[in-house]
Design a protein around this ligand. Structure first.
Ligand SMILES: [Mn+2]
Length: 418
């Protein structure tokens, strides 16, 4: 059977205030064609379907239209949709009964039994081959928040043991046990997750990293060794995890930030036979709207060279506005140049391109630099950075770990609307 793995669509996302609707709609049309071309049997969308808790109406329309077209063109297609940390788990769950009637499995929060305990059977989704026979069992694990995890009798801070990681491990263990109970010998065990993974073993706890949903980086051994494929979401760059070719992030299908311009955006086509992965192929997603970064690669160029490069940009005069390239300009200034923005805008005036970001770095010598330190844009900072800066304004040194952890918890409940 053939599985198509994608994630991190972030429908409804804007890039510095500009809509991505056109790009998303082109991607979804392209995806439908690939499902047909490669005779795909099952589609897994591993979280962050939407960019926010309350998706804008056009992004809901896109998603519903996509599902309706997919089921009309490919009635046998199994579709599995998981909540990511950006999605509202309960909002996705609200549509789950309706979409289940269409053959689309949606898992927002981990399912619970009437007594409030985790119900691993609720995560299991059978995936069918072209003959309509079950060829794989999917443990459709969504993004897990600390509140979803079992309370473990482990003190935080005990060396080598992280209660959050152990909690995630328990849920996967229970779900895999439930899957094995109905797994036949020639059926593949497929898992999903929307989480931050680390490649190494559990011992390098010092390297643990908190990303997004406050979940500690997970070791790859939380997944069973006999899993045929693990479809992950959360990281936007496509990659295998821990050197295991069958444990993969598909990455996002489009660049969600300007510095993701060079990522190999793709979806992953996986071939399963007799319970294991026998082939895989990355399908590169065509770029519907080009991104031009001047000079690119995170570097800054002098103003005259920048203006020259802007004027020389090859642009398609016939392109409709929705296809006009996004342009990022990064300028290094030896001295202040108050008219720079006007000069940049003039270089693009009347031309089919959209300036999304003008970054300026002052490069004068020490004294001049202190007077003209480049202003930091709030939008360039993560909430953790802002907290860090505030702490350092009032205290010596770094914020203590327990304070950072408390901040992370508050941040997460705000971000997740909990
Ligand atoms: Mn995510």
């Amino acid at each position: 059977m053939r599985l198509l793995h994608t994630a991190d669509w972030h429908l409804g996302q804007t890039l510095h205030g500009l809509t991505r609707e056109y790009e998303h709609s082109r991607f979804l049309d392209w995806l439908l064609d690939r499902i047909g071309e490669h005779a795909v049997d099952a589609l897994i969308i591993a979280g962050d379907l939407f960019d926010g808790q309350n998706p804008p109406i056009p992004s809901l329309m896109l998603f519903h239209r996509f599902l309706a077209s997919a089921k009309a063109r490919f009635p046998r297609l199994d579709v599995v949709v998981l909540a990511g940390n950006h999605d509202s788990a309960s909002r996705l769950d609200a549509s789950a009964p309706l979409l289940a009637a269409l053959g689309v499995a949606v898992i927002g929060a981990p399912p619970l039994r009437p007594d409030g305990r985790f119900d691993p059977a609720g995560l299991l989704v059978p995936l069918h081959d072209r003959d309509g026979l079950v060829a794989a069992r999917c443990v459709a694990m969504p993004h897990l928040r600390p509140a979803d995890l079992p309370a473990l009798p482990i003190e935080d801070g005990v060396e080598g043991v992280d209660p959050l990681i152990e909690g995630v491990r328990q849920l996967y263990d229970q779900a895999v046990t439930a899957a094995r109970a109905c797994l036949n010998a020639d059926e593949a065990l497929v898992l999903t997750g929307h989480c931050y993974m680390r490649g190494g073993a559990l011992s390098d706890l010092s390297e643990r990293k908190i990303l997004g949903g406050n979940l500690h980086a997970l070791p790859v051994d939380i997944f069973p060794a006999d899993a045929a494929y693990v479809a992950l979401g959360h990281l936007h760059r496509a990659q295998a995890v821990g050197g295991l070719e069958h444990v993969r992030y598909s990455g996002s299908p489009l660049p969600l930030a300007l510095d993701e311009e060079s990522y190999p955006h793709q979806v992953m086509l996986v071939e399963l036979a007799e319970g294991r992965m026998v082939g895989r192929q990355a399908l590169p997603v065509p770029r519907a709207v080009p991104i031009h970064r001047i000079p690119g690669g995170g570097r800054f160029a002098p103003p005259d060279a920048t203006l020259e490069a802007l004027r020389a940009l090859p642009l398609d005069a016939d392109a409709p506005r929705e296809r006009w390239p996004f342009v990022e300009v990064s300028v290094a200034l030896a001295s202040p140049r108050p008219a720079l923005r006007e000069e940049v805008e003039a270089a693009l005036a009347g031309r089919p391109a959209r300036l999304v970001k003008l970054a300026v770095r002052l490069t004068g010598d020490g004294a001049a630099l202190a007077d003209h330190a480049p202003a930091v844009e709030l939008s360039d900072l993560e909430p953790e950075d802002v907290f860090h800066r505030l702490y350092q304004r009032h205290h010596q040194g770094e914020p203590p770990p327990d304070l950072m952890a408390a901040f992370q918890q508050v941040l997460m409940s705000v971000q997740e609307g909990a």
